[in-house]
Write a protein that binds this ligand. Structure first.
Ligand SMILES: [Mn+2]
Length: 507
């Protein structure tokens, strides 16, 4: 359901209203300083001293990471830094399928037997209670750097968590924290680029330090020539946050999602210097991502065939891939506007992920049935869980009994009567957009605008001399269609600039 609002002339005013920004956030929009903020902090000091001690004593340092984009970048940042300091180091990113998430006691024992005396976790560790206990018994110091929710205090050498930092740093992701540590030793622009990609990949709020990190990271990327990054994205004169989110992040994440690929290789990749090896590995990463796309598409198609009129869709199949359940669930949830759980099935055990829709707290809702689950975690919009087939039956009947009523969500759209290329460019000055600062959809009247068919397939409206709208979605355009609703893109064709509206819906 849409609520139409007359767009104000300055597009940014609509975006401010849409996101309910406060004075402080509006202030940040005006601030063009992209210099990263210094972070004086006693915990950080202790970590730095411990790392210098490791260098002086010629200790071996182990980095424990995570298999998503954030975790991979965080490991790379720290490894680069320890290498530069001349500290002997090793790292391990667990396998999603064999090891599961987070640092395990078993890994700590193995690491100890190989002569490591200091472990630094990145993007995980805040709930690695068992592993920390093992480390303690083996007299191994552990420094935990993590941004996940802390359920109870942990016992280790030192913890770096956004909760313990000033507001400026509270949105940092795992790689953002790793960069904070790294910058105590060296200032390497490439590492800022990696942290920028992770910040976008982990969908962190684009305020405070993250805003600087993304702006500065993109600026560096656009004024340099990092082959490892450019090999993963189509050539373009200037990359923005959406190129990172849609082209780079999915490729990095794909490697941890499939059983036959190893995210540890990505750390090596991002540290490669030689162009030939870079192109070679990049093409493998792209292939893995293509396979991931194919598999998730198959799962979505199968899932959509299986859905019924349930309040929460629950889909599982032996052909479903565990690492892709979340992606498929998100896709089906947005297509059907219902919370969706997708599981891979092995014998009688289901492992999978759920994705919610706006206005429904999936984690809170499922929490009441948590005794049915073997594992359960997540937040309002996304959960991960596993359970037996028998318990699934109980869950299903519980959901049926609950007769969930979803709130009808009202989406504000802004009706634009006239727009210029400059209007849109002025809006783009306030980039980056992202979590907490999203672009609304814009509406345009097409009642008296005839459309033509582009390539015989896609309806296209000429709204103004330099503004076109195009519809790639399957929507039924009727005589009564009055408005198109969509997003705005800036097009450059040779030296001519124009705006293109990508239609998402019609009214
Ligand atoms: Mn993370």
């Amino acid at each position: 359901m849409y609520q139409f609002k007359e767009a104000k002339k300055k597009l940014i005013d609509n975006v401010i209203e849409y996101n309910h920004l406060n004075e402080e956030q509006i202030q940040q929009l005006m601030d063009n300083n992209i210099e990263l903020t210094k972070c004086p902090n006693h915990r950080l000091d202790r970590i730095v001293q411990r790392i210098y001690q490791a260098k002086d004593n010629q200790e071996k340092v182990f980095i424990a990471g995570d298999y998503d984009c954030d975790g991979i970048m965080a490991v790379t940042i720290l490894k680069y830094t320890l290498d530069a300091l001349g500290i002997e180091n090793g790292y391990y990113i667990p396998n999603r399928f064999q090891d599961g998430y987070g640092l395990k006691g078993e890994t700590v024992s193995k690491v100890a037997s190989k002569g490591y005396s200091l472990i630094i976790t990145v993007d995980n560790g805040i709930s690695a209670f068992e592993a920390l206990e093992v480390a303690k018994q083996l007299h191994i110091d552990v420094i935990v750097t993590d941004h996940h929710i802390q359920s109870q205090p942990i016992d280790c050498y030192e913890v770096l968590h956004p909760d313990y930092l000033e507001q400026q740093f509270q949105g940092l992701c795992g790689a953002g924290l790793a960069l904070l540590v790294s910058r105590c030793f060296l200032e390497e622009e490439y590492l800022v680029v990696l942290a920028m990609i992770a910040t976008i990949g982990d969908v962190m709020p684009v305020w405070y330090e993250n805003r600087k990190l993304i702006k500065y990271g993109l600026h560096i990327l656009n004024t340099s020539n990092y082959a490892t990054i450019k090999a993963l994205v189509l050539p373009k004169s200037e990359y923005d946050e959406f190129d990172i989110a849609y082209q780079i992040v999915p490729k990095v994440n794909a490697v941890g999602r499939l059983e036959d690929s190893n995210p540890n290789n990505l750390v090596k990749y991002f540290l490669l210097k030689d162009d030939r090896s870079i192109l070679n590995v990049a093409s493998q990463i792209i292939q893995i991502n293509n396979k991931r796309k194919e598999l998730s598409q198959q799962m979505v198609i199968k899932g959509l065939q299986d859905i019924k009129e349930d309040a929460i869709h629950i889909l599982y199949d032996t052909s479903f891939h565990q690492g892709i359940c979340g992606l498929a669930a998100g896709n089906i949830a947005s297509k059907t506007n219902r919370p969706t759980l997708v599981f891979s099935q092995e014998n009688t055990i289901l492992k999978g992920s759920g994705r919610s829709i706006k206005g429904f707290h999936l984690y809170d809702y499922l929490s009441q049935y948590k005794e049915l689950f073997q594992s359960f975690g997540g937040h309002g919009q996304a959960v991960g869980l596993s359970l037996s087939l028998n318990h699934l039956k109980i869950l299903k009947s519980n959901i049926e009994k609950d007769k969930i009523i979803f709130k009808q969500m009202v989406e504000d759209v802004y009706l634009i009567k006239h727009i210029t290329v400059d209007d849109f460019k002025q809006l783009c000055h306030f980039r980056p957009f992202g979590e907490g600062f999203v672009l609304p959809q814009w509406a345009f009247e097409v009642k008296h605008v005839p459309y033509t068919m582009l390539k015989g397939m896609y309806p296209k409206w000429k709204l103004q001399e330099d503004v076109n709208a195009i519809c790639f979605k399957k929507l039924n355009i009727l005589d009564s269609t009055t408005y198109i609703i969509g997003t705005i893109q800036l097009n450059r064709y040779f030296n001519k600039e124009s705006l293109q509206i990508i239609v998402q819906d019609i009214m």
